[in-house]
Design a protein around this ligand. Structure first.
Ligand code: Q0Z
Length: 301
């Protein structure tokens, strides 16, 4: 088992943003380098242990979806594995931190809205529905149960809250105030189109894509799909074989982690615990299983 990559350091190359699990570097005015580390979060904290290979697995899943969706929406990807591009000589010394887990992307002007689409009632959508009968101002039929399939997918945007805090669900009208009507309409249209194609494909592989979120930006006057796409970190995947509405569903990827954290009665305050070896190993296997199901490939690279 390789050591998990928990943090990156590219020498003099400036770090633009460090997320819970991803590091973003500015290469020049027009290009960024995304690196997916092996960090894992649960209950809103980064845990003390990483999952070896997780960043590679999630990067390969993102790359699969960018390719699969390129006829639906253009994206920010320039190249995977920036190390191999001859013009990237400056990255060569850092190949060990980059290979298989990085994406060279076009810098875009990001829209400050998460484009969330839900086909099923779960998470904050379920909480909103319980409290108000609606999600992001979209009224739903009464009597729905947790994890029920919705009559049709709903678009439930969220405003990005900087660092740490949860994104806040907003109405479509509030989104319009932020990005304008034409852009809001187009982002919603693209979000539904992507979800329709991706959820049908996932279903053909035995996976329910319960919900997911996209981030879009603008580059050269065009809307592009940015960030990571349809990874287990940005999406709820459920195995179709065990789907049972009327309560929460098991997480495809993080269930062993959550079960362990509940078993040790962690108070969900920093510092987050480390994970025992068997939880790390079984979780890695779940990520690999998602990779195999979605991409049809047996192994990374
Ligand atoms: C994405 C994020 C991460 C922390 C900025 N193509 C783009 N152009 C400009 N900005 C971004 C992108 Cl993807 C951008 N994030 C989210 C990613 C670590 C935060 F790896 N922030």
């Amino acid at each position: 088992m390789p050591e998990p990559l928990l943090t990156t350091d590219l020498g003099g190359i400036p770090l633009t943003a460090r997320g819970k699990v991803r590091d973003l570097y500015a290469l020049n005015d027009s290009e960024l380098l995304f690196i997916a580390t092996d960090r894992i979060s649960a209950f809103d904290h980064v845990l003390g242990s990483g999952i070896p290979g997780k960043g590679k697995i999630l990067t390969q899943i993102s790359l699969f979806w960018f390719e699969f969706l390129k006829d639906v929406v253009p994206n920010h990807l320039i190249a995977e594995d920036a190390v191999s591009a001859p013009t990237r000589a400056l990255l060569a010394p850092f190949a060990g931190q980059i290979a298989g887990r990085s994406m060279l992307v076009r810098r875009a002007k990001m829209f400050p809205v998460e484009c969330v689409v839900r086909g099923y009632l779960s998470g904050s959508g379920w909480k909103d529905y319980l409290a108000t009968g609606a999600v992001c101002g979209i009224a739903l039929p009464s009597g729905l149960r947790e994890s029920d399939k919705l009559p049709e997918p709903i678009f439930t945007p969220a405003a990005k809250i900087n660092t740490g805090g949860h994104d806040e669900n907003i109405s479509f009208a509030q989104m319009v105030e932020v990005v304008g009507l034409d852009t809001a309409d187009e982002l919603r249209r693209l979000t539904f189109a992507i979800y329709a194609k991706a959820s049908a494909y996932a279903a053909s592989k035995g996976l329910i894509l319960a919900d997911t979120k996209f981030e879009f930006g603008e580059a050269d006057g065009r809307i592009v799909l940015a960030d990571e796409v349809l990874t287990p970190d940005s999406s709820r995947y459920w195995p179709a074989s065990t789907y049972a509405p009327g309560g929460p569903q098991q997480s495809f990827d993080k269930q062993f982690v959550r079960d362990y954290l509940e078993s040790v009665r962690w108070n969900k305050q920093a510092p987050a615990p480390s994970l025992p070896g068997d939880v790390v190993l079984r979780t890695r296997q779940k990520y690999m299983e998602a990779f195999r199901l979605l991409t049809g490939r047996e192994d990374l690279a």
